[in-house]
Design a binder for this molecule. Structure first.
Ligand SMILES: Nc1ncnc2c1ncn2[C@@H]1O[C@H](COP(=O)(O)OP(=O)(O)OP(=O)(O)O)[C@@H](O)[C@H]1O
Ligand SMILES: [Mg+2]
Length: 387
């Protein structure tokens, strides 16, 4: 690829081999990242993986130990935060408590020397954008968390940055409000067209919002791809287990190669359709299978393998069933309730049959000592792993 970092079509943000050490801990470990103009990018990963540090390096609050940061094709070496064409929205809104909403939003423009009438006009416009017009005279303490976060967003947007950095901007909100604000955030980004880089440890949030997701683990980007690619074609066992729920079965590899065969016990042989990380014949390995790829049926269907029900949960229109395989592992199936309404009344210990498309399993690679033979699916849907 030709170097395009100084051409007019330059990426809005570029990190070149960025390393950040705190003592001897590498918080950011050789990260390369190119964020094109107008993209909505999510940095996703467990606690401590280096997301905030990466964002702070882009914003200029933190200096990289080595490597280079470019914004709009310009090196940011020696450029202080307020001289960069980026603005940051933090998890805790950090509004000035004594100032009314309009003055909070207009504050940055005042610092820039914009005349009063003009900055008030622009602040009112930004408030309308986040649907907070009518709140101009309120103080932060007189608003809900979601409203305060919208004002914080308006305060960043009014500066018309090239790039907006958002660090867990919805982290302080309850789940319902969070989902609503996600829709709004996506809409605002579509409207204003500026580049958004959002940090989140919530994989559903990243999937819902982002054009591309950078999945971080231990200071490195393990995969940078579209949400569907990250989900359907994970680049590593870590990505496969972190993004989306995953059943994990342990077994013995009978045949290695591109079309491996794995014995997961009691005569059940799987031929994974995808090799995330390879394993050789004779090795202990883990196989992943998404809950929504497993179909459970009650009764005497000949299809699939027999399993003993552990738990059945109805979550809205979905049914989530956990069942033990004869070989010792367990699988969670997640499916619409109408696939088999009889399942809603099965009791623990009863037999069901589980089936999946033959190619749905993914070979995750050699089993580590920490990998259990049981299901890797958290009890509650949407929960995510952490380090
Ligand atoms: N100022 C600091 N001094 C020393 N270590 C730090 C500092 N800031 C971050 N770290 C360490 O760097 C690593 C990455 O931290 P960072 O805040 O970037 O993680 P994160 O991915 O944002 O996590 P979280 O989801 O918990 O916010 C962690 O091990 C953290 O303890
Ligand atoms: Mg953080």
């Amino acid at each position: 690829m030709a170097a395009s970092s100084t051409s007019p079509s330059a990426a809005d943000v570029e990190l070149r081999d960025v390393v950040k050490r705190f003592g001897d801990v590498p918080a950011v470990d050789h990260v390369d990242l190119v964020v094109p103009s107008g993209e909505f990018l999510a940095l996703l990963g467990p606690s401590g993986c280096g997301k905030t540090t990466t964002l702070r390096i882009i914003a200029g609050f933190e200096q990289p130990t080595s490597g280079e940061v470019l914004v709009a094709g310009q090196s940011m070496r020696g450029v202080p935060p307020h001289k960069r064409e980026v603005n940051t929205v933090f998890q805790h809104y950090a509004l000035f408590p004594h100032m009314r909403v309009l003055d909070n939003v207009a504050y940055g423009l005042k610092q820039r020397g914009v005349a009063k009438a003009e900055r008030q006009r622009q602040a009112a416009e930004a408030l309308a954008m986040v649907r907070m017009d009518g709140f101009e005279r309120r103080r932060p303490a007189e608003m809900s968390g979601g409203q305060q976060q919208r004002v914080a967003l308006a305060r960043a947007l009014v500066m018309r940055p090239r790039v907006l950095l958002l660090d867990e901007p919805l982290g302080a909100l309850d789940l319902k409000l969070r989902r609503e604000m996600q829709v709004e955030l996506k809409g605002i980004q579509d409207d204003v067209g500026i580049t958004f880089v959002i940090v989140t440890h919530d994989q559903e949030e990243a999937m819902a919002l982002a054009d591309r997701i950078a999945v971080m683990h231990r200071g490195r980007i393990e995969q940078l791809a579209s949400p569907t690619a990250v989900y359907d074609a994970p680049a590593s066992a870590f990505v496969a287990t972190f993004v989306g729920d995953l059943n994990v079965l342990r077994g013995t590899v009978l045949e290695g190669g591109a079309h491996p065969l794995v014995d997961v016990g009691a005569g059940l042989h799987l031929r994974p359709g995808r090799v995330v990380e390879p394993a050789a014949a004779g090795q202990q390995a883990t196989v992943g299978l998404r809950p929504e790829h497993v179909t459970a049926r009650a009764g005497h269907t000949p299809e699939g393998v027999e399993a003993a029900v552990a738990t059945v949960m109805v979550v809205g229109h979905e049914l989530q069933l956990v069942a033990r395989l004869p070989g010792g592992g367990q699988l969670t199936a997640r499916q619409p309730r109408d696939v088999d309404p009889l399942l809603e009344s099965v009791a623990p210990g009863e037999r069901v049959r589980l089936s999946w498309a033959p190619a749905a399993p993914m070979l995750l690679g050699p089993a580590g000592p920490g990998v259990s033979s049981s299901s890797g699916v958290p009890a509650a849907a949407g929960a995510s792993t952490s380090e």
